[in-house]
Design a protein around this ligand. Structure first.
Ligand SMILES: Cc1cc2nc3c(=O)[nH]c(=O)nc-3n(C[C@H](O)[C@H](O)[C@H](O)COP(=O)(O)OP(=O)(O)OC[C@H]3O[C@@H](n4cnc5c(N)ncnc54)[C@H](O)[C@@H]3O)c2cc1C
Length: 190
C-alpha cells in the first residue's frame, strides 16, 4: 500500500515541496474554534471532500472540513497528478526515440534525466496545490480542521481534542484496494 508521508518537515525539502506542504498542511496551523453547529461536516479533503465542501459553502452552509494528512488527498499528492506528469515525460522520451518514424531527426544520444522529470512533477504538483490550498478554503468560508475525525454520537465527532456538532456528515475518506486471497499475492503487495 502507498504510504503517505505525514512528517511534514519542510526543512529538507526543495522550494516546491515546501510551498506544497504549506498550501496543504501549514506547519504553523492552529485549528479554529468550532462553530456551535455545522450544517455539514466533511471528513477527508481529497477531490470528493473538497468539491463537497466548496459546493456547500457556496450555497451558504456552515461547513467544516477535516483532514488527517494533506489537503488534495491521493489524487493531488500521490495519484493522478504525479503519475500523469511522469507519464507525459515518459511518452516524450518514447516519441524522441521513435523520431524517424515521424520524419524527424534528433540527437542520437537520448539519456533519461530522472531527476529533472521529478523536479517538473514537483513544480506542477505545487502549482496545482494552490487550487486546493488552505487559503482558498478559508476564503470560501470553510473551517478546516487537521486531525483524525472520530464519531462520538450521531450528531457529533471529535478532531484534535475539539468536539464538532453537525446536522449532516459526509464521509469522503477514500478507498483502499482489496487484495484477493491468492496464495503468495500478499508478498507482492506493497
Ligand atoms: C497512482 C494513482 C494514479 C491515479 N490516477 C488517476 C487518474 O489519472 N484519474 C483519476 O480520475 N483518478 C486517478 N486515481 C484515483 C484518484 O486518486 C482517486 O479516485 C481519488 O483520489 C479519490 O478521491 P477521494 O476524495 O474519494 O479520496 P482520497 O483522495 O483518498 O482522499 C481521502 C482523504 O481522506 C483523508 N482521511 C481518511 N480518513 C480520515 C479520517 N478518519 N479523518 C480525517 N481524514 C481522513 C485522507 O487522509 C485523504 O486525504 C489515481 C490513483 C492512484 C493511486
Amino acid at each position: 500500500m502507498l504510504q503517505r508521508d505525514t512528517s511534514f518537515a519542510p526543512a529538507s525539502r526543495d522550494a516546491h515541496e515546501r510551498e506544497r506542504l504549506e498550501n496543504l498542511h501549514p506547519s504553523e496551523w492552529r485549528n479554529p474554534q468550532p462553530a456551535d453547529r455545522y450544517n455539514l461536516v466533511v471528513i477527508g479533503a481529497g477531490p470528493a471532500g473538497l468539491a463537497a465542501a466548496y459546493a456547500a459553502a457556496a450555497l451558504g452552509a456552515k461547513v467544516a472540513l477535516i483532514e488527517r494528512a494533506l489537503l488534495g488527498g491521493d489524487c493531488l499528492n500521490i495519484g493522478c497528478v504525479p503519475s500523469k506528469t511522469i507519464v507525459r515525460t515518459s511518452r516524450l522520451y518514447a516519441e524522441m526515440r521513435n523520431a524517424e518514424h515521424y520524419g524527424a531527426q534528433i540527437a542520437a544520444d537520448i539519456r533519461v534525466d530522472f531527476a529533472a522529470l521529478m523536479q517538473r512533477m514537483r513544480r506542477i504538483r505545487t502549482r496545482i496545490s494552490r487550487a486546493d490550498s488552505i487559503d482558498r478554503l478559508s476564503a470560501a468560508g470553510v473551517d478546516v480542521f487537521f486531525g483524525e475525525a472520530r464519531f462520538i454520537a450521531t450528531d457529533a465527532l471529535t478532531v484534535d481534542g475539539a468536539r464538532l456538532h453537525f446536522r449532516k456528515a459526509m464521509i469522503a475518506t477514500g478507498a483502499r484496494p482489496d487484495t484477493p486471497s491468492i496464495p503468495a499475492l500478499s508478498r507482492l503487495v506493497f
